[in-house]
Design a protein around this ligand. Structure first.
Ligand SMILES: Nc1nc2c(c(=O)[nH]1)N[C@H]1C(S)=C(S)[C@@H](COP(=O)(O)O)O[C@H]1N2
Ligand SMILES: [Mo]
Length: 325
């Protein structure tokens, strides 16, 4: 989230997808039929996802598509979603996580869940994979820097975890803590952020079915640079709320500090809901560019309130979202 420039002052564009004519024509006629209502939304999603899928080399992860929670928009190419990342533990350049995250050991891995819960527990990856049926959900994710992607994530609602650990009446917030291991993460030596990376939610936000504990994407387990082996995805909030490579989850009484709020409190609030009406001091939030789709500098899309996920609005009824940004 720092202003990052290559030596010539321009971000280096990455290769965008070139669509062969035949594929393009087939897609156009398919979309036309879909618009006429002769193709189911699941089939349309399948078509929109086909080109983006199956380009990785991580173990496959089977999941049932949840079309009710999925957007029907063209998915970001796997290559773009896995080479243009924010994961400061592996460097601050967008290309560095893909280059450096190979050193992350994701097995064995445990997540300890503690604090204000009746049943604290430590879950390993196999336990997490089995805790609830895995779903594929195609979510938009928007970064505070002004770009967005559409990614088929795999996981389940975080509310499944909440049910399992049984929070006490004192649990008002949930804190997510990422791994911070200098030996595996070269960026953890730097002082761009306070480590470990921490994020937080109010417990009712964490309980919203859209809040997703995520173990995979594009039909496979998470690539390291995308937060393997387990991360959150909160599609109505700016990307930085979705902590990667989580090792600890704490249920707490008080609003937790968060890594970005500690670093720059005037720029990053606790809520960080996508809100086109509240600009970041350095970036407008009124519009965005979709990675791989628009020109590299062109913000063609209007940013939507809550990133288009209006079903979360009741969580914030009566709150001044300019004050609680
Ligand atoms: N631990 C950790 N989690 C993190 C970050 C990070 O630097 N460290 N970056 C955040 C930001 S700013 C964004 S936009 C998203 C990017 O997720 P992606 O690379 O999978 O698209 O991860 C978020 N989670
Ligand atoms: Mo971000």
């Amino acid at each position: 989230m720092l202003i990052k420039r290559s030596p010539n002052g321009i971000d280096v564009p990455f290769s965008s997808e070139i669509t062969p004519r035949a594929v393009f024509e087939a897609r156009r006629s398919f979309i036309k039929q879909a618009a006429l209502g002769s193709i189911s939304s699941a089939a349309l999603l399948e078509m929109l996802s086909r080109e983006a899928h199956a380009q990785g080399s991580n173990p496959k992860l089977a999941a049932k598509l949840n079309s009710a929670y999925s957007v029907q928009e063209k998915q970001t190419a796997y290559k773009d979603a896995t080479t243009y990342n924010n994961f400061y533990e592996f460097g601050t350049d967008k290309s560095e996580p893909a280059q450096n995250a190979g050193s992350l050991r994701t097995r064995p891995w445990t997540v300890s869940i503690e604090g204000e819960v009746k049943k604290p527990m430590t879950l390993d990856l196999d336990a997490l994979l089995k805790l609830a049926p895995l779903e594929e959900r195609v979510y938009r994710l928007r970064c505070v820097e002004g770009w967005s992607m559409v990614i088929p994530w795999i996981g389940y609602s975080f509310s499944e975890i909440i049910k399992k650990v049984e929070p006490t009446g004192n649990a008002k917030y949930v804190e997510f803590i990422s791994l911070a291991d200098k030996k595996q993460m070269p960026g953890v030596g730097s002082r761009v952020l306070q480590w470990p990376y921490v994020e937080g939610l109010r417990i009712d936000e964490a309980n919203h079915p859209l809040a997703m504990l995520t173990l995979g994407m594009y039909g496979e387990t998470l690539p390291n640079q995308n937060g393997a082996p387990v991360r959150m995805v909160l599609p109505w909030k700016y990307g930085f709320k979705s902590a990667k490579s989580i090792v600890k989850i704490r249920f707490v009484k008080e609003q937790p500090r968060t890594a970005w709020n500690l670093t720059a409190p005037s720029e990053y609030g606790f809520y960080s809901n996508v809100n086109p009406e509240v600009d970041h001091p350095r970036w407008s939030q009124a519009s965005e560019r979709r990675i791989g789709e628009d020109g590299f500098f062109v913000r063609k899309r209007k940013t939507l309130m809550f990133n288009g996920y209006n079903e979360v609005a009741p969580l914030y009824a009566g709150m001044d979202l300019k004050k609680f940004f």
